[in-house]
Design a protein around this ligand. Structure first.
Ligand code: NAD
Length: 284
């Protein structure tokens, strides 16, 4: 039986995943603002550090897996964009970076980062917002959207999910992750009925947009079903899964972007492709 860290373990997909793992006999160290083994605020640098340290101490320096599910959806409220940048991006990559040695110390550890299909279905997310997040500069990310006021939070949400997906894809294939036996992947859900979605549906404008958003299979996803996908991605079945972003979204991404990916390597990407081909992977 393994030891797993789960952020956002008090609600929604994190809670359902924690229940499922515990029911299977695993040990779960939950991190959340409340109702968790480790109470920490991932929007603050010291909260992220304290959460990372407390999990490492509790796990005895060996983690069989981690699920990064803490997150905030778009919405109103003064500092919403800043909170999204801090929790949805820094609250994922900082604890994960701190846990990497403990994951490497386990046998074939698995990590699932909860991204979103907002990463591929929200139009016109500014590149500078994504780049500022990837540079760990939430102030710059917030400044890049300041002219949009509260409406900027939807773009910040999508930017945070693009940034974590990109972080996963970049790091997953390196010596430190794949080479250390860790399988790092992302899950991109569509609209799933959780308190996060309920809060979005309760906002007049946001709720209208969510209800109108096309979902080819109809309805919303269920948190316990998504938890099954997450536990599958934590299992031995995921030994050959690396750097993937798995869309479980009722078809919305396929509906909007049927031909955008997979696609042939374009001419502008060929030099980097050939360079990588010649160099080979870092992992041998
Ligand atoms: P949820 O609101 O049910 O759970 C999120 C959890 O994160 C909560 O327990 C909350 O307390 C915790 N959290 C928020 N801010 C925190 C902070 N500062 N410090 C520590 N914990 C904090 O939401 P959910 O729908 O289960 O969301 C899980 C993940 O899935 C999120 O990353 C979300 O962006 C993503 N997601 C959700 C949907 C959806 O429709 N529900 C769709 C795509 C992606």
């Amino acid at each position: 039986m393994g030891t797993y860290a789960i952020t956002g373990s008090a609600s929604g997909m994190g809670l359902h995943t924690a229940r499922r793992l515990r029911a299977d006999g695993h040990r779960v160290i939950g991190v959340d603002l409340r109702d968790a083994d480790v109470i920490a605020d991932l929007s603050e640098p010291h909260g992220r550090r304290a959460a990372a340290d407390a999990v490492l101490a509790s796990a005895g320096g060996v983690l069989d897996g981690a699920v990064l599910a803490a997150g905030l959806g778009p919405g109103s409220g003064g500092d919403r964009s800043r909170l999204i940048a801090q929790v949805n991006f820094l609250g994922v990559v900082e604890p994960l970076t701190a846990w990497r040695p403990a994951l490497a110390a386990a046998d074939r550890a698995k990590v699932v980062v909860i991204a979103s299909n907002s990463a591929s279905t929200v139009p016109l997310v500014p590149r500078r917002t994504i780049n500022a997040l990837l540079a760990h500069d939430p102030d710059k990310a917030v400044r890049s959207l300041r002219l949009l006021g509260e409406r900027g939070s939807a773009l910040m949400y999508a930017a945070s999910k693009i940034a974590v997906s990109r972080w996963v894809r970049r790091h997953s294939v390196t010596r430190d992750w794949a080479g250390a036996g860790i399988r790092l992947n992302a899950l991109a859900p569509g609209a799933v009925m959780t308190p996060l979605l309920e809060a979005q549906l309760a906002e007049p404008l946001e709720g209208k947009a969510v209800r109108r958003f096309p979902i080819p299979v109809g309805g919303f996803g269920a948190a316990d079903q998504l938890a099954e996908w997450i536990t599958f991605m934590l299992s031995d079945a995921a030994d050959f899964l690396c750097g993937s972003v798995i869309f479980v979204d009722g078809g919305t991404d396929a509906f909007f972007r049927p031909a955008d990916w997979p696609d042939s390597v374009p001419l502008r990407a060929l030099p980097r492709y050939l360079w990588r081909f010649a160099r080979g992977t870092e992992t041998g």
